[in-house]
Design a protein around this ligand. Structure first.
Ligand code: G4P
Length: 529
């Protein structure tokens, strides 16, 4: 099906993310997918680029010290006539907010599992997040070149822990030193693993009846038994069930040995969906935006500061949801602010380039001086408001204390700016002049503190706040005002000016819920709802 016959360029876009527990091999897989797609000349560049960036941006010292990737990015490549946008999600557990936002911009995900470990805690959390939007998940079981759990054990693990039906698309012949390759259960061809190859080993295919000659008798027997069992007991791949997020097709390989990579690229081209219809509010009515819609629209799922250390600009990552975007276009935010997008950036693995046109499914970077915030919707009319990029109730709250109280204005600017980027949240209690900073994870607080010091030159300590958690309130305005009046010392305004209840304990939240049944105390706030 060509793009034009199916209605437009957007139909050629495949936008996905890779999710995994740290160390399962997400970085290695990303590098090798890009390498195999011809997008980077040399594997290792993803990491190398990261290192370059780090040396240029001192404020990212934490990233360097901890050897983790704090920022998510997007990489574009072509394969089989389709344009893929790979969204990189940060691996660290503390960055669940950032990861969640990135996943709102993906139409599917690859879940990478370490074959020796199966489903790990972080995998579980990420799949929960994918499930909020029911995005289809494709599984890649990595590190088959090391001793692995039995394939059936791994499939059971996915089924039990993630409640996903598993459809093995391949079956591995042993693992570790004895790893011989995988049988493609769809075509009945065997893809041998040659450890000496190194160069994108996959590609050669042997018909099933000739496999015996290529494997040692014990490995062959194991493969025979495994594939028979898989055919008898495992469900067949059902595309509809995959698209609805109930079934995951399972592939096996070794990212490090570049084995199974081409098969994975092909699988992505064959089965993952293109841009999806997005829920939106148009002129105050619940509605939808379809990727074939004429009006250009999209939403900001990430804001990154200092990509170019010589400028203080921020780059907003816009996921396009409809229309044909053209460079120089004038777009409006849902708040009515307008901007001319004169130098939109597209991200290729080696480079950033100015985008002249972009379509639904594409991600463009929009440099701006602070106009765009995470969660903003952009469209030609300014009437479209996309739902679904929430703020989460912070699990850590800190009070910022300035060494020099005369710098309060600077601190306000710094903390507001970081809140707009989505690094941390900011709450201003209605009584007193405190700045309360909230985050889901400790690392968010550390990144924020580092940046307040490095970028704004402020000497600030972040001390324990007298609150444990925060809740947004939904209900009649008068009732919320009555509650706020009674609890003045525990009410703050968030970055949008919405009232937030700062509670001393979760017990206090439950107590308030009981006493004020007409108010809903919610843990996540979808912007603009
Ligand atoms: P992550 O992004 O999910 O955290 O994982 P990453 O790719 O950084 O991989 C984690 C470790 O696992 C790395 O080793 C990497 O080389 C190794 N690895 C990834 N894929 C495979 C595979 O298919 N087989 C084997 N045997 N190892 C694999 P490291 O020693 O921590 O780092 P490095 O020194 O190799 O960079």
């Amino acid at each position: 099906m060509s793009a034009t016959s199916s209605g437009g360029e957007w139909a050629n876009r495949r936008t996905y993310a890779i999710i995994s527990h740290p160390d399962a091999g997400k970085t290695t897989l990303t590098e090798n997918l890009l390498f195999a797609a011809g997008s980077i000349r040399m594997a290792g560049q993803v990491r190398a680029r990261g290192e370059n960036r780090r040396t240029h941006s001192d404020w990212m010292k934490i990233e360097q010290d901890r050897g983790i990737s704090v920022s998510a990015s997007v990489m574009t490549y072509e394969h089989k006539g389709l344009i893929f946008n790979l969204l990189d999600t940060p691996g660290h557990e503390d960055f669940s907010e950032d990861t969640y936002r990135t996943l709102t911009a993906a139409d599917s995900a690859i879940m990478v599992l370490d074959a020796a470990k199966g489903v790990e805690p972080r995998t579980l959390k990420l799949v929960e997040v994918c499930r909020l939007r029911d995005i289809p998940i494709l599984t890649f079981i990595n590190k088959l070149d090391r001793e692995a759990l039995a394939p059936e054990e791994l499939l059971d693990d996915i089924q039990d822990k993630l409640a996903l039906d598993t459809a093995p698309m391949q079956w591995p012949a042993a693992s570790g030193k004895r790893f011989g390759g995988v049988m493609d259960l769809q075509t009945d061809e065997f893809i041998p693993f040659k450890p000496e190859d190194g160069e994108l080993a996959s590609g050669t295919r042997i018909p099933a009846d000739a496999v015996e000659k290529t494997l040692s008798p014990d490995v062959f027997a194991e493969l025979q038994e495994g594939t028979e069992m898989a055919r008898l007991l495992c469900p067949e791949f059902k595309p509809q069930s995959f698209l609805e997020g109930h079934m995951t097709p399972v592939y096996f390989g070794s990212a490090l040995r570049r084995y199974g990579i081409i098969e994975l690229l092909d699988a992505l081209a064959d089965i993952v969906p293109g841009p999806q219809t997005e829920k939106a509010i148009i002129k105050k009515a619940e509605s939808e935006v379809t990727p074939d819609g004429k009006e250009v629209s999209g939403f900001v799922f990430k804001v990154q500061a200092n990509m170019d250390p010589n400028h203080r600009d921020r780059v907003a990552f816009l996921r396009l949801a409809s229309g044909k975007f053209k460079r120089g276009m004038k777009l409006k935010t849902d708040k009515g602010k307008s901007l001319t997008v004169s130098s939109p950036i597209m991200f290729f693995a080696q480079d950033r380039e100015i985008a002249d046109v972009a379509f639904a499914g594409d991600v463009i970077g929009i440099p701006n001086h602070g106009l765009l915030r995470v969660g903003d919707s952009l469209s030609e009319s300014g009437d479209i408001l996309f739902a679904g990029i929430p703020n989460f109730a912070p699990e850590i709250l800190r009070r910022a204390r300035l060494a020099d109280p005369l710098k309060a204005k600077h601190l306000k600017k710094a903390l507001e700016s970081l809140a707009e980027e989505g690094v941390t949240q900011l709450f201003r209690p209605v009584i007193g002049g405190d700045f309360i900073v909230g985050a889901v994870g400790q690392l968010q607080i550390e990144v924020m503190a580092e940046r307040v010091s490095a970028e704004y030159g402020l000497d600030v300590t972040f001390e324990a706040a007298p609150y444990e958690t925060a809740r947004w309130m939904l209900g009649e305005e008068a009732e919320i005002e009555r509650f706020a009046d009674r609890h003045k010392s525990a009410i703050a305004a968030d970055i949008d000016g919405d009232p937030v209840f700062l509670a001393k304990s979760t017990w206090e939240v439950s107590y308030s819920e009981e006493k004020w049944p007409d108010i809903k105390f919610v843990k996540a706030k979808e912007r603009n709802r």
